[in-house]
Design a protein around this ligand. Structure first.
Ligand SMILES: Nc1nc2c(ncn2[C@@H]2O[C@H](COP(=O)(O)OP(=O)(O)OP(=O)(O)O)[C@@H](O)[C@H]2O)c(=O)[nH]1
Ligand SMILES: [Mg+2]
Length: 476
């Protein structure tokens, strides 16, 4: 059973906190119109409950009650206090975002006025909404599935074209559709397997073993196709963590500033300038990337330096990829070799920097210390940002997944569920191959179906819902 009650009416400020031209207070639930009747005085004197759906009305938010020493009392006629001049929109159930009655009040966007209207609506019988509760209601009332609800959050959070594009395709239902197709196919197969359990004496075989095997393999391919998009999809949604590492003075901070297109970190000719890791998010031609400049890694006894180097190491462990910087104007040395050893298990782009100076480092020198097919020669001083970005995009493998048709998995929750489902399906296929009884096969298929269902929100638990919606902002 879902804990969330849909009987009450919720209210929240849907616009960001702070000063703005317009602020929006939004209500949803069975009492939304009744509350609006109480607090809104329209220019033409009509009540919001009498308004047609999808109409906007000019008027004032008013407080008909007045605080006195003995609590509140209704004000005399004509004594109403105007709180703000507003536009009020009515969207009646079931054709609304939540499928409930919704009233939106567009007022002036100052914190005091928003707070006062919010307080007035709450005092008139609404409950302050939890983060994401409007979207949660849209899901619980069956207007959107869980993938689409999550996509709403992704659209709000999207910082680059690629993450927005992905979220929109999710909201439009590309992934839901494919998951539902697989679910239907699996359910169809399961019902035939169960028929074999229910009617074991049937003369005709309900489904030939070979057909069953082929059908399950077909489903398996569908799951694998979806899963193949996940790594790049997740990176495109969440951003990749790239760390700039190398020995002191090779130009790491210069590269960070070059990629950020502003002077964010200090650059000096003194080795050991950067003492702490600095993280920023960049928009790499539409793809989000978390970029970290780190302290140069070298041997030192200086406690501050040691702390910085320790932090570089930690970031390095976490990173999805390393941008390993060498100074092209001086030969590769033991310090470079040590760092090469630290990044060897990662995706690495070797950046031979300072290409404007006479070069002492060739590709062969790089190959001697590290196996990586990704090497680029640039000069941060000359601002060679294009070849650098090209190389980084190539290393990240961005782009490919967006050229293919169909759904893309971009959420770690979906990926994990697809993997669980695939695992159980493989169990089912094995049971068919090993001639196990239909009961065994059915059990695996049921579990595979259950896991897939969780993606779109079938039989999902309160805890999971709470976790997903708690990431939303209030008022959405
Ligand atoms: N000639 C030349 N000098 C560069 C280039 N990139 C950086 N430098 C210079 O190299 C010096 C060190 O640059 P930084 O970006 O501070 O190097 P870093 O790797 O961050 O150094 P630490 O923070 O000390 O580890 C500065 O004097 C830069 O101006 C380049 O492409 N060509
Ligand atoms: Mg630096």
């Amino acid at each position: 059973m879902l804990r969330t009650s849909l009987d009450d009416t919720i209210v929240a400020v849907s616009t960001p906190i702070g000063e703005g031209g317009i602020g929006i207070v939004r209500m949803s639930g069975p009492k939304a119109l009744e509350i609006a009747d109480r607090i809104f005085l329209s220019k033409d004197g009509r009540m919001p409950s009498a308004f047609n759906t999808y109409t906007v009305h000019y008027g004032h938010v008013i407080n008909r009650k007045q605080k006195t020493e003995n609590g509140e009392r209704r004000t005399e006629n004509g004594e109403q206090k105007h709180i703000d001049e507003v536009l009020l929109t009515v969207m009646k159930s079931p054709k609304s975002y939540t499928r409930e009655d919704i009233v939106e009040i567009n007022c002036h966007g100052g914190p005091a006025v928003l707070k006062e209207i919010l307080g007035l609506v709450a005092a008139s019988g609404a409950r302050i909404a939890e983060p994401g509760e409007f979207t949660k209601r849209a899901f619980l009332n069956g207007r959107i599935d869980l993938v689409k609800a999550e996509a709403v959050l992704d659209i709000i959070k999207a910082k680059t074209d690629s993450s927005l594009r992905l979220a929109m395709s999710q909201l439009e239902g590309a992934l839901s559709k494919e998951v539902n197709v697989i679910l239907e196919r699996l359910s169809g197969i399961l019902s035939r397997v169960e028929a074999a359990i229910d009617f074991p004496d049937e003369e005709i075989e309900i489904m030939k073993e070979e057909d069953l095997h082929n059908a399950l393999k077909g489903v398996k391919e569908g799951l694998e196709r979806l899963l193949a998009t996940a790594d790049q999809g997740i990176v495109a949604r969440e951003g990749i963590l790239a760390i700039i590492c190398g020995k002191p003075n090779v130009g790491k901070s210069s590269l960070m500033n070059l990629l950020l297109k502003r002077d964010r970190v200090i650059v000096t000719p003194i080795p050991g300038t950067t003492r702490d890791a600095v993280e920023e998010t960049i928009n790499l031609r539409g793809f989000p990337m978390r970029l970290v400049d780190t302290a140069g890694i070298h041997q030192t006894l200086d406690p501050l330096g040691l702390k910085g180097i320790e932090r570089s190491r930690r970031y390095l462990q976490e990173a999805d990829m390393a941008l390993f910087v060498l100074d092209g104007s001086s030969p590769v040395d033991a310090e470079d070799r040590v760092i090469a050893g630290m990044v060897k298990d990662k995706k690495v782009l070797v950046i031979i920097n300072k290409a404007d100076l006479p070069q002492k480092v060739g590709e062969r020198d790089v190959k001697d210390i590290l196996e990586s097919e990704f090497i680029v020669n640039i000069s941060a001083l000359r601002q060679d940002v294009e070849p650098l970005e090209d190389a980084m995009l190539k290393l990240a493998g961005f782009g490919g997944v967006f050229q293919q048709e169909g759904a893309i998995v971009s959420n770690a929750r979906h990926k994990a569920l697809l993997e669980h489902s695939l695992e159980r399906l493989q169990g089912g296929i094995k049971s068919v191959e090993d001639d196990f009884s239909a009961e065994f096969i059915a059990q695996d298929l049921k579990e595979a179906i259950y896991q897939l269902g969780l993606i779109v929100g079938k039989s999902v638990s309160c805890d999971i819902l709470d976790r997903i919606f708690s990431e939303f902002c209030v008022g959405k």
